[in-house]
Design a protein around this ligand. Sequence first.
Ligand SMILES: C[S@@+](CC[C@H](N)C(=O)[O-])C[C@H]1O[C@@H](n2cnc3c(N)ncnc32)[C@H](O)[C@@H]1O
Length: 157
Amino acid sequence: MKITLLAVGKTDDPRIAELTDMYADRLQHYVNFELQLLPDLKNTKNMNEERQKNEEGKNILAQLEKSDFVTLLDQRGKRLSSPQFAELINKRSVSGLKRLVFIIGGPYGFSQDVYDRANSKLSLSDMTFSHQMVRLFATEQIYRAFTILKNEPYHHF
Ligand SMILES: C[S@@+](CC[C@H](N)C(=O)[O-])C[C@H]1O[C@@H](n2cnc3c(N)ncnc32)[C@H](O)[C@@H]1O
């Protein structure tokens, strides 16, 4: 199974990008992991929130295959402990799934079309984080999940 973390826009802060890349590199030891960054939209100053979400949504949907299992990172999603998250990844992996896709929205979140395509929603907290921070947190949690599944001494219960 491949895991893709799909996000809108480049990471402006090199410190966040560096940490995210560190966990992404470590993940290669366990799984074919890809952090896929979609290009920023142009001329967003002339767009209202809804239009920007819809344009970003079209770009997101264009990246998805029919067979993908799609989980949106969304603060209104389901909350799981790290071991529960690890178990969920394991369940998907043994089900023969080709690709598990996690998606992080843009500054205003997701369009309705993206919500309609999603198979599940996962919350990292009730608080709202910047989309750049979520890249780091999600990558670290996916890495943590694999160390839990392999019984490696990274996660402390
Ligand atoms: C700045 S937030 C967008 C906030 C937007 N107003 C909303 O209600 O979704 C950008 C993206 O970061 C992710 N995000 C932010 N906080 C999160 C959280 N607590 N749990 C999961 N994802 C989160 C989501 O993918 C969101 O679309």
